[in-house]
Design a protein around this ligand. Sequence first.
Ligand code: MN
Length: 228
Amino acid sequence: MSPIIAVAPCRSLPDYVESIRRAGGEPRVLDPAQDQPASVVGEIQGLLLTGGVDIDPTLYGEERHATVTAIEPERDVFEFALLRAAREARLPIFGICRGLQVMNVAFGGTLVQDIESQAAGILPHTVAAPPCAIAHEVWISKGSRLWTLMQEQMVDADTCSVNSRHHQAIKNLASGFEVTATAPDGVIEAIECPNSAFCLGVQWHPENFWRTGEFRPLFEGFIEACRQ
Ligand code: MN
């Protein structure tokens, strides 16, 4: 039986759904109007947090920067509750882009609200099209779960090329997490919880590569963890 993977709803679902299916999972796109986080976690084997708008900065104690133009407080509330319930139930969790940021903020971390204007020497991180256009490299920490999964795909043993569509990034890391990939400009590109069930977030969009498979090992590793 394929593990059922809850997918947080977002505006560009098809690539997430396809990536889950190709890795052997059965996606279940959640409906915040119907699905209660506390009961959903009893019906799924894993949680995928997807991309989307910025998190409400008040959730990490900051006023909104001018570039934070759209927020969806109801989505924040739903995903935070879902994430906490999933962690409580020790379910595997995979966060992508906004999903990584949700993981960090929900467990006590903070974000740089606009890397372009609030940090120096920043590479292009907002390459909009095509979705799988390569924007920059990431350097992956040896021995991490991400590194283990990406073995076959890396260049020089610890580097891979990624797309990038984010203007925010992790500032303070939530406790219990480790940074496991950074861009050459220092921007945090992946985090994970060591010594736990699969709990990993990436700042890029691996789901856009399902046709060519560069990040298929990430989805396969996630689904494999969800079978256990
Ligand atoms: Mn990036």
